[in-house]
Design a protein around this ligand. Structure first.
Ligand SMILES: [Zn+2]
Length: 497
């Protein structure tokens, strides 16, 4: 009897903690398209862990900045070029903006919205787009960031882990200066250390200051009318590039580790660029060994890696057999970007079980995978990830090029079979599996049945009670964001329906 009573009380306590005691849970699977769009927009989605800021800009903004910055458009290549010297093929961006046909073609060129544009596959259209807007002035990264932050806040989402490449050219040049030591990574490290990285770390920190100041100015954060994006907490991931000479990638990883250890705004590393490119394939094992050595298997700096963003259309069966396994077991990755080839890797079920047990999350980008890899509802492994217990969180990847946003990713997830509970778990995972500092509010990240003892029975309220819970929320970045999320969720659930 006592046992039944205590279990009943426990269930009630949990229901209260989850903020769902009185309301029936929404059922997005039964909603029509309009209702689902409004629902996923309003739903608090926790945060976003996979967002390349340079790919997040929409072409409407790229063109407006090009006009303001006096850039030209090469109307044959439909690409931005530097300071404008008009000619037969180079037109001022202002003229392109004013010309309905050219403007539309420019937007097609910068995005994946027009399938088969110029006979390119979605994959080639996507990856080549970066070159076509590469002439955008570097300081516009702050404008891009401002757009992303406002966009997330409008979607009731307040944490961002943004992928940015700090001091990319200078760091890769330092790698070239060190030269290649024939694959002896310890010798490589010594050669780089002899040249030093402190100046690059310092420049990266100063660059972060400048970017943040410009972003805050654009968003009017220090005025009486701040824009919504000011309320979003931001941390950065160092983007390292997997193409090009290996000594350059090595230098980027080494500098990234030094930056993460020095500047708390930078919380982890990523490895980007097409995983199916010849150099990415050729150096894959080498890159994993570099991460292992330079991060001490993820202990010196947390690592999230793009891995398994492959299908047979883009890579050989051999390449499809082990990239995620090596990212997890060799490099020490804490998270995997995309991971869609997981079911096809050797020993896939054991690997999935290992990832579930270790809490290695897959950042799932459904629209990206549909446009670039041609993986749709019938073929995407999103359902299998959930079935095998691999933690997942939905994200946009490159929202501007793919013309999506986080709310649309959540709506697409429903179309792929996600329940309301799956959506809430994705949102909670976006904070629990983030690289934010501090202890979390959950003892069971991924399951969310056991709140940390200090805050048990309080989650969902506006403010923690003074005492151990308030102390935890006040001292831990992660707990603070989780606290904010649970209150947003409780408020949403009380209002919806
Ligand atoms: Zn990505």
């Amino acid at each position: 009897m006592g046992r039944i009573l205590s279990r009943g009380l426990l269930a009630l306590g949990l229901a209260l903690a989850m903020g769902s005691a009185a309301q029936a849970r929404p059922d997005p699977a039964r909603m029509n398209a309009g209702e689902l769009a409004a629902f996923t927009l309003a739903l608090p989605k926790g945060g976003e862990l996979h967002n390349h800021i340079s790919g997040a800009a929409f072409p409407e903004d790229l063109l407006a900045w090009a006009v303001a910055d006096g850039l030209c458009v090469d109307i044959q290549a439909l690409a931005l070029t530097g300071p404008c010297q008009p000619s037969d093929t180079l037109k001022p961006a202002a003229k392109v903006l004013a010309d309905d046909v050219l403007r539309s073609a420019f937007y097609d060129s910068m995005t994946t919205r027009h399938p088969g544009f110029r006979d390119r596959s979605g994959h080639d259209q996507f990856f080549s787009a970066f070159d076509r807007f590469g002439a955008t002035r570097p300081e516009r990264i702050a404008d891009m960031m401002a757009g992303v932050l406002n966009g997330l806040a409008r979607q009731n989402t307040f944490y961002l882990e943004a992928m940015v490449t700090p001091q990319g050219f200078a760091t890769r040049a330092r790698g070239s200066q060190a030269g290649w030591k024939g694959g002896d990574l310890k010798a490589q490290k010594a050669a780089l250390e002899a040249l030093g990285l402190d100046d690059l770390v310092k420049a990266a920190m100063a660059g972060t200051d400048t970017m943040e100041q410009r972003t805050r100015a654009i968003l009017k954060c220090d005025t009486s009318t701040p824009e919504p994006g000011c309320a979003v907490t931001v941390r950065y991931l160092v983007q390292t590039i997997r193409v090009g000479p290996p000594e350059q990638t090595f230098a980027q990883i080494a500098m990234g580790v030094a930056l993460v250890r020095k500047d708390p705004r930078w919380v982890g590393l990523q490895l980007v660029a097409p995983e199916d490119s010849p150099q990415a394939l050729q150096y894959y094992d080498l890159h994993m060994a570099m991460f292992d050595l330079l991060t001490d298997h993820g202990r010196l700096a947390p690592v999230a890696l793009h891995a398994g963003e492959l299908t047979l259309k883009f890579a050989t069966p051999e390449a499809l057999s082990d990239h995620i396994a090596k990212a997890v077991r060799v490099a020490g990755a804490h998270r995997i970007g995309h991971g869609v080839d997981l079911p096809g890797e050797a020993g896939a079920r054991a690997l999935a079980a290992e990832m579930a047990a270790k809490g290695i999350l897959v950042e799932v980008n459904l629209t990206s995978n549909a446009h670039i890899l041609e993986l749709g509802k019938e073929t995407h492994p999103y359902g299998w990830f959930r079935q095998t217990g691999v933690p997942v969180s939905l994200s946009t990847d490159d929202a501007g090029i793919l013309r999506t946003d986080l709310s649309h990713e959540y709506a697409r997830a429903v179309d792929y079979g996600a329940s309301y509970g799956d959506l809430v778990t994705s949102a909670r995972n976006a904070i629990a599996f983030s690289f934010l500092a501090g202890e979390g509010l959950w003892r069971d990240p991924g399951a969310y049945r056991k709140p940390a003892g200090a805050c048990a029975g309080q989650l969902g309220q506006a403010n923690p009670r003074p005492g151990p819970c308030a102390d935890l929320v006040g001292s831990s970045d992660k707990a603070r964001e989780q606290w904010r999320y649970e209150h947003l969720l409780q408020t949403f659930e009380a209002q919806w329906g």
